[in-house]
Write a protein that binds this ligand. Sequence first.
Ligand SMILES: Cc1cc2nc3c(=O)[nH]c(=O)nc-3n(C[C@H](O)[C@H](O)[C@H](O)COP(=O)(O)OP(=O)(O)OC[C@H]3O[C@@H](n4cnc5c(N)ncnc54)[C@H](O)[C@@H]3O)c2cc1C
Length: 209
Amino acid sequence: VTTTALDELLPGLAPLAYVRDPRQSFSVLGMPDHWRLIFRLPADAPRGRVTERPAVRALLEHALPSCAGRLDVADAHTYRLASYVLPDYRVGRVLFAGDAAHLTSTAGGMNMNCGLHDAVAWGRALTRIHRGEADERVLDRVASERRAVVTDKVIPRSEARTAGIGDTTALRRALDGIGRIAADPARVTDYLFTASLLDCAPRPRQPAG
Ligand SMILES: Cc1cc2nc3c(=O)[nH]c(=O)nc-3n(C[C@H](O)[C@H](O)[C@H](O)COP(=O)(O)OP(=O)(O)OC[C@H]3O[C@@H](n4cnc5c(N)ncnc54)[C@H](O)[C@@H]3O)c2cc1C
């Protein structure tokens, strides 16, 4: 975390930027009062030492050499990617949603979106039961549909975001693919639609359950 105004040091820097390089990939996120840089570290990197200021500064300056000597390090944390999904989102009267039901890689930023969609789907199902429009079977259907979104959509899409990140040829192929999508407005819309999980968001009206 840096409070240095990165957009002033790097004119034209987008508020959300992904740098893909087989040697060191990272993401840059502009927050209202700070910038957050997220680096992928080797799995065996010693957890305590990598967050010490000199190590973080070295990582930053290697990634952004033109900013060397001008970056403050306000804070640093590590986290590990997780991929878990509950076998069932419903246990009797207990309904699971969000991170309580699924944890996935942060790549692509989909897990919270998916959790919000879970909450909407549960809310709609409970409303229908409350209004006498559906019976409890609707809960089992929502549980199974929402779980399938994680296993069939969120996890594969999230993993695709980091595919080939450590391999120059695979990375080139992945970036060329993104470039072809970016050059085609119709495919851009489809890409953004699926990247935002809008294709698997709960529909406004669920059929009777
Ligand atoms: C570094 C990072 C970056 C991320 N980036 C993105 C992104 O760009 N886009 C995206 O969609 N997702 C992202 N995520 C994932 C997202 O943050 C989570 O999916 C989301 O915050 C989960 O929300 P939640 O409400 O389900 O769970 P939580 O945010 O974990 O909320 C659960 C709450 O319950 C409370 N609680 C726990 N136990 C109890 C108890 N016994 N009694 C009362 N309260 C309790 C906790 O204190 C907590 O406040 C990111 C995650 C990380 C770690």
